[in-house]
Design a protein around this ligand. Sequence first.
Ligand SMILES: C[S@@+](CC[C@H](N)C(=O)[O-])C[C@H]1O[C@@H](n2cnc3c(N)ncnc32)[C@H](O)[C@@H]1O
Length: 213
Amino acid sequence: MGNQVLVTDELHEYMVAHGMPLDEIARELVEETHKLGGVSVMLTTADQAALLTTLTRLVSARRAVEIGTFTGFSALAISRGLPDDGELICLDVSDEWTSIGRRYWERAGVADRIDLRIGDAHESAAKLEGEFDLAFVDAEKPGYIDYFEQLLPRIRTNGLLLFDNTLAGGRVVGQHEQDPVDRKEFNAHIARDERVDVVILGIGDGLTLVRKR
Ligand SMILES: C[S@@+](CC[C@H](N)C(=O)[O-])C[C@H]1O[C@@H](n2cnc3c(N)ncnc32)[C@H](O)[C@@H]1O
């Protein structure tokens, strides 16, 4: 087996610069989010954002759903991969954080593709109607199994579900003070599920790609 490259901050910057670098709007959104302080660690990474846009285009997604929007960075990336008449439904509990995102979605010309629904995402997901091509889940980690079970029937065959932070900083293996039980249970839950194909990418904090068979 080949070796996995260790992605340092410097290498991450190189990868983004030689892939899809952030434009001015995305960069300013990240900068404004950093001003919020410690919570800014919740931001999706720049290489993940580029991957989200590319995957949205690759599956020719027209309808997408995001669970966990925060200040709208990943939603900006997904919505940019959608066609003009595409739709991204964003579920989050925070009016305060998502209102930051709304301003940048307006500036990027994607606001009319985004339908933001404030409330507990477990309840909002249960009310989703119609079929989706792509889902991105990045909310509270103990909720991942319920989100997976709620979203899978709503995704079309060959559609894609994406789950962030599935490697929990690498703590899913070995002995650690803070055992990420939720991630271990989620990863085990989907690993041998015959309804899906699963690939875990070592990008950001771990991104799981799930293709519906
Ligand atoms: C890691 S952040 C999302 C980051 C975002 N994807 C980005 O790219 O910046 C997690 C978000 O999930 C939201 N959240 C947590 N629990 C939730 C729940 N039960 N229902 C809806 N949203 C929830 C939080 O308000 C927060 O905005």
